[in-house]
Design a protein. Sequence first.
Length: 327
Amino acid sequence: MNVPLLDLKAQYRSIKPEIDAAVAEIFESQYFIMGPRVKACEEAIAAYTGVDHAIGVASGTDALLIALMAEGIGPGDEVITSPYTFFATAGSVARLGAKPVFVDIDPVTFNIDVTKIAARINDRTRAIIPVHLYGQMADMEPLMELARKFSLVVIEDAAQAIGAEYRCRRAGAIGDYGCFSFFPSKNLGGAGDGGMVVTRDRGRADKLSILRVHGMEPKYYHKYLGGNFRLDALQAAVVEVKLRYLDTWTAARQSNAKRYDRLLTAAGLVGPAQLTLPRVMMDRHIFNQYVVRAARRDELKAHLLAGRLEWKCIIRCPCISRNVSPG
């Protein structure tokens, strides 16, 4: 039995009338670039994450890139981050001519090991990018203490973690910037590429808003060298509709994660010589992915791919059943 990793068609069917109406409204207005739907989406994301400002951009990659650009990070600078993440995290740093400096991960959470960061800081270090992997946040309090001590910028890569919480604060709301992706497979996904940068700082928000339109302010006057990083209205409309359901979907993911824990343990599959299950270490894990570690990974992978269980599971990557969420 070949079970899809993620059934986006089922999610769409569950909210089809609202999505279709929102998209039809955009076509009727012919207002595709920026405009009121983008602004409404930005306000909704800002409120949800608990920050003052949100700036819609074209992708999660552009969210990281524009945050680095806003800080003037470039050749000669170093940015500390995790080696265990999607390419865009380090790629955005390298694209600006800066050097990504990798700090190893915590083996339990897979997030950056904050205790190892200080040893990698030097006079070229400008920023830290913690990655909130699989839906659980990095240990942000000691990380922020280090950042304040050495006057470093913190850019949260929260592409997989919208709604995750750490000590009553949500992903993206603790650092100087929070970067989100609306890639369709994310917990909050659009109908294509899209992203968002959030910040508490009005000055940073204003600069981000200018950089995303080729550094233009006012029209045809280019104060900065920016780029075409705009979030289009169609994506904003879809994301805003889906945001209304996000907490319900998160609760379903959390419930399914507990069910996996219970069933795998009851089946006698958990232990040092078998499976290590995810551990919830922070306030709110949103389970973008339910990841297990296996002592005999390759054998388990072959077994699952042979279809002898009702899961399609690639160890090292998601271990998620069809019922992980409505999406």
